[in-house]
Design a protein around this ligand. Sequence first.
Ligand code: ATR
Length: 282
Amino acid sequence: MKQLYGLIGHPIGHSLSPLMQNNAFAVEGLRHYYHSFDVDPEDLQKAVEGLRVLGVSGFNVTVPHKVNVMAFLDEVDEEAEMIGAVNTVLNKNGRLIGTNTDGQGYLLALKETAGKDLSHKKVLLIGAGGASRGVVTALDRDGVARLDIANRTLAKAEDLSHNNIQYAGTQPLTLKAAEEKLADYDIVINTTSVGMSPRVESTPISLQHIKSGMIVSDLIYNPLETKWLKEAKNAGATILNGVDMFVNQGALAFEYWTGVTPDRQQMRYNVNKQLTTWTDPS
Ligand code: ATR
């Protein structure tokens, strides 16, 4: 049966999710359709009720609704509860069930680069906003050895470190302190928007004390390679951009809705192709 899926956010104009999901439906031979809806924050409850009664089969949730949408759902799973945000909703016979695929999406991408066993890895995560929460929860539950949080506003790093990390050794840090002890880590992850287009000249922290062989990862995918990732690569680090996290969170949502595991290589190819066209209009 033909089904409708969607995305709610504000603004929504440049989202790559419709392109990625509609291509994936076609590749898997499903006659479904994915549409993005620009929903003003004050209309969120009405929009969610509308999606429910119209029988939309599932939807993604993006900025700025990931936290507030939780109040309007019937159920939220454990991972989303821990993260404190929902990015994927399934409409199961009129019951709206929320989950969060951001953290697992990132974890899968990281494991492709760092290997499956992260239990000896010392991780430095930069940023303490919405994007960092999913990554922090997924890494902590996977069992990394250390998970330090550095943030411009130290109080937010303290909050995340004390309240969201259950298993890993952890310490909140200022950005300056993180720069100075950079060589202590195996993996460094930027979850802030620093370096994102159009402000492509800025970098989240100095990489002066980087060791070669480190993994340096940026959740940003526009540009595909931030100035910070370029600096890391030139210093001998292995780099990971945000494309695979984006693709994996979408693939996990697709599977949650349809029960079908989509072709991730094809999804990645489509997203990369679109991003390359954007950043290089020639
Ligand atoms: P998101 O939901 O995309 O994570 P957010 O919740 O506004 O967005 O969080 C943005 C993160 O980027 C925060 O950690 C923020 O630091 P503060 O907590 O100090 O605001 C960080 N950030 C944004 N701009 C920054 C800048 N110019 N320098 C350093 N950190 C910055």
